[in-house]
Design a protein around this ligand. Structure first.
Ligand code: DQA
Length: 147
């Protein structure tokens, strides 16, 4: 089973960026968590981070026919990008949306998610552990789909 983990803009600044909201763990701590989860769950995880909307769209398109599931934190593009929503719909790969912070308790504009409309689940406000929870959920979801 292969899962693609996609991260949008400014998530490479984790640990530096607004630690009161996003915590003190760094982006490389997140990469270590992904590697550990892949090893524990016996799955393959590919990860990609970009600050550019089109690059994220390209990566979603490249996943077609190659990847079983997608975990995506589109970051600020969550609230603006119809292109990312359309890309997720185009490939029809089961996807789970993750937000480190609890977007529901923040500014009203963060409560709109375009990407989320194409996702089977959203996990928010769980910190970096949200990515692990999303991977476990997808693994289960994909296994049930095959059965
Ligand atoms: C975020 C929430 C977004 O509103 C914000 O723009 C981000 C990160 C989160 O993980 O909590 O960059 O997606």
């Amino acid at each position: 089973m292969k899962i693609l983990v996609l991260n949008g803009p400014n998530l490479n600044m984790l640990g530096i960026r607004e630690p009161g909201i996003y915590g003190t763990n760094s982006f490389s701590d997140l990469l270590n968590l992904l590697e550990k989860t892949a090893w524990e769950e016996h799955i393959e995880i590919e990860q990609y981070q970009s600050n550019h909307e089109g690059c994220l769209v390209d990566r979603i398109q490249e996943a077609y026919g190659r990847v079983d599931g997608i975990v995506i934190n589109p970051a600020a593009y969550t609230h603006t990008s119809v292109a990312i929503l359309d890309a997720l719909k185009a490939v029809s790969i089961p996807a789970v949306e993750v937000h480190i912070s609890d977007v529901d308790s923040r500014e009203p504009f963060r409560q709109i998610s375009y990407a989320g409309l194409a996702c089977v689940k959203t996990i928010k406000g769980q910190g970096l552990d949200g990515y692990r929870q999303a991977i476990l959920f997808l693994k289960d979801y994909l296994s049930n789909q095959k059965a």
